[in-house]
Write a protein that binds this ligand. Structure first.
Ligand code: ZN
Length: 385
């Protein structure tokens, strides 16, 4: 080929490459900065436990017993985090007051004494780790506005069903006003006092503020992070992006930032990304969870598996089937990844915060390899994350 033509082609390729690097520089830098785990880290993250169904204590104790039959190389048990809802609407009291005022039933109620004992016991044995999901799985003023109308919330209150999972999805969001769509934001002062109140309620029950918070329905904003941080929360579990509202159709919307593990948010909170799912009642099996974990390991990322209490409540057969799938997952995990590390989300967050040299890869050649793998999957994610 003519030398001049070759030179021109190289220059054109170089210019196109430079343009791409410049265009996607934020994404490239984020994926480079995110630390690379040396060994697999797997955490089962469960949500929605709180006042309500009486079988919760017994089922959580059985899950704890299952977890304690597996150990990593250092002798640690797998940890299931428990995202706690500290209160539910007291339907009978609200009805009695003719829907004029919000009233709650908290986890301090004597009916939930056994659940509290099981939670504390699970923490002591190293199989459960408690996280704040919210004082409520809803925003009480929005909930009450709908309770006064003839609709799904009124029917929920009349049914004596304390399971907030059965409320309309928009009502289950705590950090927006879901009574109208698209959802308007809450005022900063309302957010601050609600965050202070829920952290104090958690501290009264468990002896200190929660280290980790999980925004209900994964809709929240920077103001919530700042308020949590001021009250003592250090880590926020995210799906890898921050949805700040619901749109006219009620769907999570208004993404104002993309998130990588270990990044800092408002008020100095640190983020963790939970983007895998293990909901056996939806048909998620151990094999598909293992395949997803394999991919996280390849990318030097932790595997945080989302699950909910509904997989473990209700009919004994449902529980038995979910528990069996959990056992198959843990057995398969230890077989395929003998170097897997079990820890709580708080411990993982602390490791990111201090840049733990034992947990994270320090050799830049390996980090470069993993970075290229991370960039390799960007195409199918639309180059946003
Ligand atoms: Zn939830």
């Amino acid at each position: 080929m003519h030398t001049l033509l070759l030179l021109l082609l190289l220059l054109a390729a170089g210019a196109a490459g430079s343009f791409l690097v410049w265009r996607y520089r934020t994404v490239l830098i984020r994926h480079w900065r995110e630390p690379v785990l040396r060994d697999p880290v797997v955490i089962i993250e469960s949500d929605d436990w709180g006042p309500g169904p009486s079988e919760q204590a017994e089922r959580l104790a059985a899950i704890g017993e299952t977890l304690s039959r597996y150990q990593d190389a250092s002798g640690r048990y797998p940890v299931m985090t428990v995202g706690l809802v500290l209160a539910v609407p007291d339907a009978a009291a609200i009805r009695h007051g003719d829907f004029a005022h919000y009233q709650r039933r908290t986890l301090a109620d004597s009916r939930d004494a056994e659940l509290l004992t099981t939670l504390r016991d699970g923490v002591r044995r190293g199989v459960l780790a408690l996280q704040l999901h919210g004082l409520e799985h809803l925003w009480p003023p929005a909930f009450m506005k709908l309770a006064r109308q003839d609709g799904a919330v009124r029917r929920w209150l009349e049914s004596d069903d304390a399971a907030t999972e059965t409320l309309p999805p928009a009502v289950q969001s705590r950090w927006i006003d879901g009574s109208t769509l698209p959802s308007p934001p809450l005022s900063a002062s309302a957010i601050q006092s609600a965050a202070r109140e829920e952290v104090a309620a958690f501290a009264r029950l468990f002896g200190g503020p929660p280290a980790v918070a999980v925004p209900p329905t994964f809709i929240w904003n920077a103001e919530v992070e700042r308020a949590w941080a001021a009250a003592g929360v250090r880590f926020v579990v995210t799906p890898g992006r921050r949805n700040t509202r619901r749109n006219a159709q009620g769907q999570p919307d208004g993404v104002d930032r993309w998130i990588a593990n270990g990044e800092s948010g408002a008020g100095g909170v640190r983020y963790l990304v939970r983007d895998l799912y293990f909901e056996p009642t939806f048909g998620h099996q151990a094999e598909s969870a293992l395949a997803a974990i394999r991919e996280r390991v390849r990318l030097g990322r932790p595997a945080l598996l989302e699950t909910h209490r509904f997989n473990f409540l209700g009919a004994a057969a449902v529980f038995a089937s979910s528990r069996r799938e959990l056992e198959r997952l843990l057995a398969g995990l230890l077989r395929e990844f003998p170097t897997v590390r079990f820890m709580s989300t708080e411990e993982l967050g602390e490791a990111y915060r201090r840049g733990d040299a034992e947990l994270f890869e320090q050799r830049w050649t390996v980090r470069m390899q993993v970075w290229l793998r991370r960039l390799g999957i960007l195409g199918r994610l639309g180059l946003k994350t």
